[in-house]
Design a protein around this ligand. Structure first.
Ligand SMILES: Nc1ncnc2c1ncn2[C@@H]1O[C@H](COP(=O)(O)OP(=O)(O)OP(=O)(O)O)[C@@H](O)[C@H]1O
Length: 269
């Protein structure tokens, strides 16, 4: 059983002209669950995902815990120890970023293999399967400068799945792909999650595809706290308390907050 569980997370981003506050009051995802995070552009989805993937540290955090089998990890503590943090992240997390950079001097296959080596879980046969499912077998020996943007994106997906992570996080993984290839990729991500009983979290603007692949939706609500001060909030309640409820109930809807900022409201399927 895998369970990622966070509460009362806060992150502030600011520069001289503006400020953005992200809050995650409560978010939990378990083995076999597939959660699609949706929200208007700039609402804080990537900021939230970076924190959940341990790629960025929150400013405040009450609880940040990962359970894998009978072991549990206090990620709040681990995040303060860079070496241990890197080990846990490489072992348990697979993160497909919006634009995941590849090593330019390694081939497609070598880029994918590297993740397994870092996680100390070499499995060339599993790489063969991933390359095949993602339509990359023909270009396995090519270098990043010799392949298209969509092929780079699929290589990044293969890399993030290759070490059989416990938590798979994908930030718009199919953004650069045509509809057929996008579906093929999402099905592969889903398949890999099922193989390992992983928990799957994905940011997407493609609601139809996510719905077709059986994702549950979870939205980031935004509001304006001043002229140049925005805030975003992501919440998914404990499954023990029942399925996540919408603030306004029912299906996905797009509304406007009092201050006039976009607010996207979603809920359980
Ligand atoms: N250094 C900063 N100072 C102030 N605000 C920032 C800073 N960096 C980012 N932001 C703002 O934080 C908000 C959240 O950014 P984030 O990338 O998480 O949004 P997103 O929902 O993933 O957007 P998209 O859908 O366009 O990828 C945005 O409104 C962005 O402009």
């Amino acid at each position: 059983m895998i369970r990622l569980d966070v509460s009362q997370i806060h992150k502030n981003l600011k520069d001289p002209d503006r400020c953005f506050d992200l809050n995650i009051p409560c978010f939990e995802v378990k083995s076999g669950e597939k959660v699609a995070i949706i929200g208007a552009t700039g609402s804080g989805k990537t900021t939230a995902m970076d924190i959940l993937a341990m790629a960025s540290q929150p400013d405040k955090c009450e609880r940040f815990a990962l359970a894998v089998g009978d072991k549990s990890y206090d990620l709040k503590q681990i995040a303060t120890k860079p070496q241990k943090c890197a080990r846990i992240r490489a072992s348990f997390f697979g993160y497909v970023m919006q634009r995941s950079p590849l090593f330019p001097f390694l081939s497609v296959r070598e880029n994918v293999t590297l993740q397994q080596l870092v996680a100390k879980r070499p499995d060339p046969a599993f790489i063969d399967v991933l390359l095949d499912r993602l339509g990359l077998t023909m270009i396995a020996g090519a270098f990043p400068s010799e392949i298209s943007q969509g092929q780079k994106q699929r290589t990044a997906i293969a890399r993030s799945l290759s070490h059989r992570p416990s938590v798979i996080l994908c930030d718009e993984p199919t953004g650069a792909l045509d509809p057929k290839t996008a579906r093929q990729c999402l099905e592969t991500i889903d398949w890999a999650a099922v193989q390992t009983g992983a928990a799957l979290i994905m940011i997407t603007h493609d609601w139809e595809l996510a719905k077709a692949c059986g994702f549950e939706f979870c939205s980031i609500q935004t509001c304006s706290l001043g002229k140049s001060h925005m805030a975003g909030e992501l919440e998914r309640r404990s499954c023990a308390a029942g399925p996540a409820k919408t603030r306004r109930g029912g299906d996905l809807s797009l509304g406007l907050s009092k201050q006039g900022s976009g607010s996207l409201v979603g809920g359980a399927r």
